[in-house]
Design a protein around this ligand. Structure first.
Ligand SMILES: *Cc1c(COP(=O)(O)O)cnc(C)c1O
Length: 388
């Protein structure tokens, strides 16, 4: 079984409690009881990471998901955490020892940047930001403990040369971590590109149904050792219910991603032809500056992208947003439904240099009919009066 589509369906379904059911059961537990003292002792010998000991280290529901995800990502190991942000926070914190330096990409997910700037810097950790691999050699010091990036960047949708990053990280023996939420393992082979620690907000596509939060971190046993220890010591834990829902969502990841891609490309091309739209930021479009890097590093495109409107007044902008019917107004993305989110409030934007004269917004293109989605945008755009 080597193809991702077969793994998506068959991995993570071998729980002993499963009996003859297709799906593993949802096993909720805080306390695990042992049949003998010998069994109790051996569970604490850490034979594997996935030995039931106590609810905090997971039940078979989390183990099934972690095993499936590691296999799907072609690596050895996976850690489930309570949400995508807690997964990013666990990795950043695990390497944020006093005196260490973290190198973080400038336009990472806003809450990660807020964590770094407001919390980690108070623990005598130096944080330096970069936006291209060329800047790294000048920034790396003997204290650099981690390089952390995200592709494409949230909102600004910028691509980065990951192979170049991985080569520099390898030469300096610094672990490279990447928030790979947008591409998912279906479109993005993080470890194949040389990333040591890959982070997924499974809240988004992997669960795919907008009904749970979950974070997943993947990598080799060795590359995840420091993060795993941090998660154990700080009690970072994923609830069995969230793992079960995510395992269920995982089964259809491939079909959903294909449809998200088809719809997103269709809607993006349509928006490019609209006079009220100044720019479409989507690396899958040949006109996007990140297009060739996207082609080299991704096997497909997910459903979120950003657009910049022509300058317009607030009232007209409000009318545009409020008259959308199929696009609901809300943060997050990755569910089956289409969403729109203006790039306000500004604290959500980690990069102050995003174009401001026009209005930025992020669309998530869901699984609706692509013609209906364009028609919905059309009727809303017709209410947008741009300033001359
Ligand atoms: C949504 C998101 C997160 C955070 O995930 P939560 O489950 O909402 O905490 C992290 N990184 C990226 C790129 C995201 O889009």
């Amino acid at each position: 079984m080597t193809h991702i589509n077969s793994k998506l369906v068959h991995q993570g379904r071998s729980s002993a409690e499963q009996a003859l059911a297709v799906n593993p059961p949802l096993l909720r537990a805080s306390t695990t009881v042992f049949p003998s003292l010998a069994a109790f002792k051996s569970s604490y010998r850490g034979v594997t990471f996935e030995t039931p000991r106590y609810g905090r280290s997971g039940t078979s529901t989390a183990f099934e998901l972690q095993t499936a995800m590691a296999s799907i990502c072609n690596t050895q190991s996976c850690i489930a955490t309570s949400c995508g942000l807690s997964a990013c926070a666990a990795v950043l914190s695990a390497y944020a020892k006093p005196g260490a330096q973290l190198l973080i990409q400038k336009e990472v997910y806003g809450p990660c940047k807020a964590l770094a700037d407001n919390e980690l810097t108070q623990q005598q950790v130096d944080i330096d930001y970069f936006d291209s691999p060329q800047q790294l050699p000048d920034l790396i010091t003997p204290k650099t403990s981690l390089i952390f990036l995200e592709v494409p960047t949230s909102l600004s949708m910028k691509m980065l040369d990951i192979r170049a990053m991985a080569e520099i990280a390898r030469q300096h023996k610094i672990p490279l971590a990447c928030d790979a939420t947008w591409g998912t393992p279906y479109f993005f082979d993080a470890h194949g590109l040389g990333i040591n620690i890959s982070i997924h907000a499974a809240t988004k596509y992997i669960n795919g149904h907008s009904d749970t939060l979950l974070g997943l971190i993947t990598g080799s046993y060795q590359d995840l050792e420091q993060t795993r220890r941090w998660c154990e010591r700080y009690g970072s834990h994923a609830a069995p219910d969230a793992c079960w829902l995510t395992l269920r969502g995982l089964r259809t990841l491939s079909v959903r991603m294909e449809r998200h891609q088809e719809n997103a490309l269709h809607v993006a091309r349509y928006l490019q032809t609209q006079p009220q739209v100044k720019n479409v930021l989507f690396p899958a479009l040949p006109s996007d500056p990140g297009h060739s890097l996207w082609q080299q590093q991704f096997s497909g495109a997910a459903g979120p992208f950003s657009i910049e409107l022509q300058p317009c007044d607030e009232a007209s902008f409000e009318k545009f947003i409020d008259s959308l019917k199929l696009f609901s107004l809300g943060t997050s993305w990755g569910g089956f439904e289409s969403l729109v989110m203006p790039a306000i409030p500004h604290h959500l934007r980690s990069e102050k240099t995003l174009p401001d004269e026009g209005r930025m917004l992020r669309l998530h293109i869901g699984l609706e009919d692509k013609g209906d989605l364009c028609a919905d945008l059309q009727q809303a755009l017709s209410r947008l009066k741009t300033c001359d």
